[in-house]
Design a protein around this ligand. Structure first.
Ligand code: XIL
Length: 297
């Protein structure tokens, strides 16, 4: 196959990108995005600050713009994200305790009702762990250690058809404390019947030319718990071809690794644009990393 999406589809996987609504008027950008990718994540437009700017007043115009652009082209959409310490609306940032817990539940219900039946997956909870594997301190964590499972139970009831994912960064190295902390949570959720379908590994790689240790072991270990895994926000310092090929191969080697999403289209679209971390250069040309990925799919 001659595009990332079509190549990934040969093994039943998808290849996605983050899309910024502000760039949908750039035809160089949209041409590449629609041609190469078959899964779309809104880079910012479905986050809590975007979807509930005032308490109880939901705003879906920016998210819907991306959803409509994608689905009109036959591309699927991942929802990102419902409960996160970052990019909370101002009204939520200073909340705590039972009021915040209720606000989280209401937010999940409000957003998921709007997209009910329409999305491939939701990143229900994003980045809830510290590097050492303990829970990240946040206003959400302050509502009680059960906030994550409450978020997942709420999400399952709100839309039983969508896959529910836990998403985080620096959980690629199997020997790392954070990876183990997330693994134990997923293991606990599966053993107690807390609804969860997938783990998203953001896969923001920095430095080096080799993969973080045992990346494929991490993927297969999570999968062995009975969840799908996906690489959800891939970018790599200087787009190292060996790292891009390696992360793609690791996913291909694990049957429950269902897809790969890169966190932007061209280098100048990246939140790490100074590191040239994506598959297309700022002019829209395919980089060496693009071929290294396509060859492995
Ligand atoms: C980033 C976006 O790319 C930026 O545009 C925004 O300013 C900050 O958030 N982990 C995540 C993503 O889950 O939502 C983040 O996206 C990158 C890190």
């Amino acid at each position: 196959a001659s595009t990332l999406g079509a190549a990934a589809a040969q093994s039943g996987r998808y290849f996605g990108t983050a899309i910024a609504g502000s760039k949908l008027g750039d035809s160089n950008y949209t041409t590449i995005a629609a041609r190469e990718f078959n899964m779309i994540t809104a880079e910012n437009e479905m986050k809590p600050d975007a979807t509930e700017p005032q308490r109880g007043q939901f705003s879906f115009s920016a998210g819907d713009q991306i959803y409509n652009w994608a689905t009109q082209r036959g591309l699927k959409v991942r929802g990102h994200t419902l409960a996160w310490h970052s990019q909370q609306p101002g009204w939520m940032q200073n909340m705590s305790g039972s009021a915040l817990r209720q606000a989280m539940i209401d937010h999940i219900n409000g957003v998921m009702a709007h997209y009910r039946g329409k999305l491939a997956a939701w990143d229900v909870v994003n980045e809830a762990f510290n590097e050492d594997g303990s829970r990240r301190q946040s206003n959400l964590q302050g509502t009680g250690n059960d906030w994550i499972e409450v978020a997942f139970r709420t999400a399952r009831a709100a839309d039983p058809s969508v896959k529910l994912c836990y998403n985080d960064y620096n959980i690629e190295n199997w020997s790392y404390g954070k990876t183990q902390g997330v693994y134990r949570m997923i293991q606990d959720f599966k053993s107690r019947g807390v609804p969860i379908d997938c783990v998203g590994l953001q896969t923001h790689f920095t430095g080096g030319s080799s993969l973080p240790g045992n990346f494929q072991t991490t993927l297969s270990s999570f999968a062995a718990l009975g969840v799908d895994v996906a690489l959800t926000e891939v970018d790599v310092t200087n787009a190292s071809t060996s790292q891009y090929a390696g992360l793609t191969q690791a996913c291909m080697n694990v049957s429950r690794c269902i897809g790969i999403t890169v966190w932007g289209v061209r280098d100048n679209d990246s939140w790490r644009s100074g590191e040239s971390p994506l598959l297309f250069n700022s002019g829209g040309g395919a980089k060496a990393a693009y071929s290294s990925v396509l060859n492995v799919l």
